[in-house]
Design a protein around this ligand. Structure first.
Ligand code: SF4
Length: 449
């Protein structure tokens, strides 16, 4: 068999796309290698949401050039959002590239590689898939897939929101949902193969069911249906857009036992003027009202978010509103970034007016503020018994296993007779950042408690 080296940058959608490409290539005669030097095919699945990620990718391809010179049969491919956005222009920047393939063409990966082998010519495949429906076909012999205890399932792709700073609508296209029956079948198959937790994926999962389906189903209805599938022990979804978050969805958190007690709900800023400039479509108070409703229906729900500091025109006072909102919500964790303009977005036309040192300082303050919030919450877990789904071996000294608790904290633990896929109760004895550590508190598994 030939060997493919596959590296992934960016969000969980990219992780899921990489898993799919690996599977498709396996059916086409490729096994995965972790050594670039051995590979017949190198694929870098890219992200273009931040300038830094993009720079890293160009530098990586510079390092791959000697491998290509040594082995002209090696195929070098760049997939993902950068491929979609830049297309043919990438051949000017990285002339030793063989393949440029956008996210709409993940299903064509094996065919594209075959074409390049046959013709010896580079290929650019980044036109939009204009079909109305979004489908991920089932593969023959799909038992070759080993999903692990926690598995991603794509339910919607694209985004229609056009937030002023974001490239996603330009790299992933408009929202299109997968037929519910196709999703249920994939989940049944994943459960048969050992998955216990299902994480539904999309840039904006709350918009599920609005476009691209012959038999539309609302997102909350999809959740209730999935909860009925035998063998699904935990259910999560990401990412959510506050304005599309319905009352029915809040009630789903209250009513569906296996819907885990965590929600990632990006807010980006705590200031109304900045939120309006970002075209987020809601105010800080509307976000806080939604959080209050969630907390009242689902006490103990854990919330995480995305934050951008230093957006064009942001003053110190406006930045302070973001810290205040973080405090009011009490996020358990945040993805925090200093603003960087992305080509093609409306915000990129504005003067990038906050000086870099000020952006850096605000980012530092935000990180420190989040660390305090995380620590306060971590203290509450100390000495308590927490359920963990075991996902794999830990490389951390003193702890053999790793997993997540319902609130999506990373967990490190040790104890007798544990294996991947078990749900065990851990007594928390220490923490570090957003990771809790402990030992099995009872020998019975949580499922039997
Ligand atoms: S909702 Fe999210 S993915 Fe869509 S444009 Fe806004 S930030 Fe980007």
């Amino acid at each position: 068999m030939k060997e493919v080296y596959l590296d992934t940058y960016g969000c969980q959608m990219n992780v899921a796309d990489s898993e799919r490409m690996e599977l498709l290539l396996f059916h086409s005669g490729y096994t995965r290698t972790h050594e670039k030097e051995n590979a017949d095919l190198i694929l870098i699945n890219t992200c273009s949401i931040r300038e830094k990620a993009e720079q890293k990718i160009f530098s990586l391809f510079g390092h791959l050039k000697p491998l290509k010179e040594k082995n002209p049969d090696l195929i070098l491919g760049l997939t993902g959002c950068l491929a979609q956005q830049e297309g043919e222009r990438l051949l000017g920047k990285v002339p030793h590239l063989d393949l440029i393939l956008g996210p709409d063409h993940v299903e064509n990966i094996a065919h594209a590689v075959d074409c390049i082998r046959e013709t010896g010519k580079p290929m650019v495949w980044n036109m939009w898939d204009e079909r109305k429906n979004y489908s991920i076909p089932k593969l023959e012999n799909s038992s070759l897939r080993h999903p692990g205890a926690s598995a991603f399932v794509n339910i919607i792709k694209g985004c229609d929101k056009f937030c002023s700073f974001c490239v996603v609508p330009f790299t992933r296209g408009r929202e299109k949902s997968r037929e519910a029956e196709e999703i249920y079948n994939e989940i049944r198959q994943l459960v048969d193969q050992g998955a216990k937790e299902i994480i539904l994926l999309g840039q904006n999962v709350n918009a599920y069911g609005k476009r691209g389906m012959d038999r539309p189903v609302a997102f909350h209805e999809l959740l209730y249906d999935i909860a009925e599938i035998p063998g699904v022990e935990r259910l999560r979804f990401t990412t959510s857009y506050p304005r599309d978050f319905t009352r029915e969805l809040v009630l789903a958190y209250r009513d569906i036992d296996i819907l885990m007690n965590h929600l990632h709900l990006p807010v980006q800023s705590g200031n109304d003027r900045i939120l309006s400039d970002m075209r987020r479509g809601h105010t800080a108070q509307e976000y806080l009202d939604l959080v209050a409703m969630l907390k009242s229906e689902t006490p103990g729900i854990s919330l995480s978010t995305d934050i951008i500091v230093g957006y064009p025109g942001e003053t110190e006072e406006e930045f302070q509103d973001t810290l205040d909102l973080m405090q009011q919500v009490g996020f358990s964790s945040s993805f925090m970034f200093a603003y960087s303009p992305r080509p093609g977005t409306p915000a990129a036309l504005l003067p990038d007016s906050v000086p870099e040192p000020a952006k850096h300082e605000r980012l530092q303050k935000t990180i420190e503020h989040q660390a305090r919030l995380t620590e306060t919450q971590a203290q509450c877990f100390l000495g308590k018994d927490v359920e963990v789904l075991i996902e794999g071996r830990s490389s951390k000294n003193g702890y053999e296993w790793k997993g997540r608790n319902p609130e999506y904290w990373r967990m490190l633990c040790s104890g007798p007779s544990i294996k991947v896929g078990d749900r065990v109760k851990i007594r928390v004895e220490a923490f570090s950042g957003h990771t809790l550590m402990g030992k099995v508190s009872k020998e019975e598994f949580a499922g039997a408690l």
